[in-house]
Design a protein around this ligand. Structure first.
Ligand SMILES: Cc1cc2nc3c(=O)[nH]c(=O)nc-3n(C[C@H](O)[C@H](O)[C@H](O)COP(=O)(O)OP(=O)(O)OC[C@H]3O[C@@H](n4cnc5c(N)ncnc54)[C@H](O)[C@@H]3O)c2cc1C
Length: 447
């Protein structure tokens, strides 16, 4: 039976293949620990998939009537790609991401200022957006390159590997109570469930703080971009940097469109809520507002922005540092624990790192109803420091991207050093070591 995903949220034409795996009762072991996952966003679904791949039973509760993601792109960092590989969907994800480049990948390999050698490994090429010529001054590579997909495609990929009998829709958690060795869940439909552990991937909530930044997002037909700024700029994932604003673009949908994200910041207000609108995403914004925000930009940026029609506008939020992610038998993960600004494109990827670690702990042979809280503590011990550091770096990274980082400014050498060191630290984490540390800590705490 097809799993309901909301097709109305997709902005691009994509194939919906949301078929959950049919039930396979023979493969379902008796649960040692009753695991509840809250939230069916990317992180909740990844956790479900990781547990499924380790034959660990769970129930996932989602408040909506179906799974849906906002119609926008998402890129997966090298750090999270290795976690997806362990879950068995890494190759499929890379195939999906490469397909969205279409012709642009081939042309990017042929041409470009790297003498035809970028081999699809470019994360971004950086140019100054306010200047006449805007020549590239730095090219950052990531193993696998710029791997992004439509969010709905990623959702479909995850769903195609999940058994439907484990998912409960229209289950909005309104309250939970800690029991001696477990949790009681209360839902808006006035039902109750008891679980041994609650893994809350229910996303960012009202406690989020504004960051003084927002971003316009739009898809522009590729043929118009190629005519306006040429093949090389169209085919290359590019960031145009200026003071307090930057533009990001790369081809998507098999190369038919250019995905354009246009950031505008105000660093003078600090991390205080400055967004006074009821929704954090506005649709169909008048493109003249975007052009007003970009008065005085260079000719290439201007040429691209003039092609943007009716963009959406997203407020940039992040969360304060929580003192803990775990209380008793309840753990937060994904955006619920550490929502961050998107300047490194690694928010969901950090959630996937959380998932990787939790899945290893929850499949540990010593996991029982009475040891599960020790397993969650091991998760917090290993993840909290790293992910809160990534959250800070993500906020800080908005500054070099907008030529406003203290000690960096528009010094191209220093920019390259800072960008490389920051991104390498995020991408090249030893995920095996994170697991090893958490498992060791868990085992020691049982002695
Ligand atoms: C502009 C922008 C660009 C970004 N780009 C990237 C990128 O390129 N790469 C990247 O890695 N990250 C990116 N991110 C971050 C990424 O989008 C998030 O980190 C990720 O989507 C969070 O997923 P999640 O599953 O934790 O939360 P969510 O996607 O918010 O999912 C939460 C789910 O929980 C459900 N829920 C909520 N409350 C309840 C309840 N009480 N009961 C039951 N269910 C409930 C919701 O319905 C929802 O389905 C970006 C973010 C922004 C804003």
């Amino acid at each position: 039976m097809p799993l309901p995903r909301d097709p109305t949220t997709a902005h691009e034409q994509i194939t919906v293949n949301s078929l959950l795996n049919p039930a396979s009762p023979a493969a379902t072991p008796e649960p040692r620990v009753k695991i509840s996952i809250l939230g069916g966003g990317i992180v909740g679904l990844c956790l479900a998939l990781a547990l499924e791949s380790l034959s660990v039973p769970f129930t996932l509760y989602e408040s909506a009537a179906r799974f849906s993601e906002i119609g926008a792109r998402i890129m997966i960092g090298w750090n999270a790609l290795r976690c997806l590989e362990e879950m068995g969907v890494g190759e499929e994800y890379v195939r999906l991401a490469r397909r969205s480049w279409g012709e642009a990948l081939r042309d990017g390999r042929k041409g470009g200022s790297e003498g035809g050698s970028w081999k699809g490994e470019v994360f971004f090429q950086y140019r100054f957006g306010g200047t006449q010529r805007g020549e590239p001054f730095c090219t950052l590579k990531m193993p696998g390159g710029q791997l992004n997909t439509h969010r709905a495609e990623l959702l479909d990929l995850l769903l195609s590997h999940l058994p439907q009998e484990r998912v409960r829709f229209r289950k909005q958690l309104v309250r939970f109570d800690q029991l001696e060795h477990g949790v009681r869940l209360e839902f808006a439909d006035v039902t109750q469930e008891d679980a041994d552990v609650l893994l809350a991937a229910d996303g960012i909530r009202s406690t989020a703080a504004g960051t003084g930044s927002y971003a316009y997002r739009a898809l522009v037909p590729s043929h118009l971009v190629r005519a306006a700024v040429g093949e090389e700029i169209w085919a290359m994932p590019t960031m145009w940097l200026e003071h307090s604003r930057h533009v990001v673009h790369y081809p998507v949908s098999g190369g038919r469109y250019l995905n354009v994200v246009v950031f505008k910041s105000d660093f003078t207000k600090g991390r205080t809520p400055v967004w006074d609108k009821p929704e954090w995403v506005e649709h169909d914004v008048d493109e003249r507002e975007l052009l007003r925000d970009y008065e005085g930009c260079g000719p290439q940026v201007r040429a691209i922005l003039e092609l943007v029609k009716r963009p959406s506008r997203w407020a940039m939020f992040d969360l304060p540092d929580w003192p803990y992610f775990v209380e008793g038998n309840v753990a937060l993960l994904g955006d619920a624990a550490h929502a961050m600004t998107p300047h490194m494109g690694n928010g969901a990827s950090q959630g996937i790192e959380d998932v990787h670690l939790l899945a290893h702990l929850l499949s540990h042979p010593n996991l029982t109803k009475s040891t599960v809280s020790a397993a969650l503590n091991a998760y917090e011990l290993v993840r909290k420091h790293r992910v809160q550091r990534v959250k800070e770096l993500s906020y800080d990274t908005g500054r070099p991207w907008e030529l406003s980082a203290p000690g960096v400014g528009d010094d191209t050498r220093e920019f390259e050093r800072v960008a490389r060191e920051t991104m390498d630290w995020v991408w090249r984490v030893d995920i095996g070591k994170q697991v090893q540390r958490a498992v060791t800590w868990f085992e020691l705490s049982l002695e």
